[in-house]
Unconditional design. Structure first.
Length: 261
């Protein structure tokens, strides 16, 4: 069987920046183990699979190791391919997901806005070994939602982190967000998720479901400009809107091809 395959750099306007995601359009769902093998073969942070459902689409995301409950950059990448390569004519797309409900992406020229659930962080106990595994200055705050949120004093502290990924992978958690006020933006972040087979994710939409409500409360405003300061770097324009977060970013197509399964 031959399937189309696209690769997109998301949350960037330049090739080799942002976060790469693979996108595989399907007529009907493949068995989950087969989609997992395709994602492992692609060896990107996420591979998105989608199938049509009337005027909308069902969407699922796989890391090289597992199916994940929410992914921003691969959702943006999927919308970009539908708009630019597959002839979607409306200005918005609705994606139905297994655990995150319905996600909407709206296009305004070359900017895509993702409408995602807000995930405010909560007080938590710090897992043994977490702070030592981060490899830098200790954070000034620690919170939790799906992922741990570690708040640092400065952007320089976030940039200086050198995590021990083997140690992080042994802690019972999904991922770790490191964040601080930005030098040239409202806030910056990095995201580490070795448990899912991705040591550092270049730009992470799902992490901003935590970051946006946190920084909106901290800074006293609902519209925020953010950078994820990985080596590939990504830029997001964000808004807190009731119990939803809006994340806007750009995307560029890197690859179009076919796979044989």
């Amino acid at each position: 069987m031959k399937l189309p395959l696209f690769q997109v750099d998301a949350f960037t306007d330049r090739l080799f920046g942002g976060n790469p995601a693979a996108v595989v359009p399907l007529a009907t769902w493949l068995p989950a183990p087969e989609m997992q093998k395709i994602a492992a073969e692609n060896n990107l942070a996420e591979t998105a699979f989608f199938v049509p459902q009337g005027d909308s689409f069902e969407l699922r995301w796989f890391t090289p190791e597992l199916e994940i409950d929410l992914c921003g950059h691969a959702t943006l990448a999927t919308a970009h391919i539908l708009f630019t390569e597959l002839g979607h004519r409306e200005s918005h797309i609705h994606f139905h997901t297994l655990k995150a409900g319905t996600l909407t992406v709206t296009r305004n020229e070359n900017l895509y806005t993702l409408d995602f659930p807000s995930r405010p962080v909560m007080d938590c106990q710090i897992p043994e070994g977490l702070l030592a595994a981060m490899g830098g200055k200790p954070p000034i705050e620690v919170w939790n939602s799906r992922d741990y949120l570690l708040v640092y004093e400065s952007e320089a502290d976030v940039l200086a982190l050198k995590p021990d990924f083997v140690a992080l992978g042994k802690i019972d958690m999904m991922g770790v967000i490191a964040t601080a006020k930005g030098d040239h933006s409202d806030f910056v972040s990095r995201f580490f998720i070795p448990a899912a087979g991705v040591n550092e994710d270049p730009v992470t939409g799902s992490a901003h479901c935590n970051l946006i409500p946190y920084w909106a409360s901290k800074l006293g405003k609902t519209q925020l400009h953010a950078y994820q300061v990985s080596a590939r770097r990504g830029e997001l324009w964000c808004e807190l809107k009731d119990d939803r977060v809006l994340m806007s970013g750009k995307a560029v197509t890197y690859l179009k091809g076919e796979i044989y399964v």
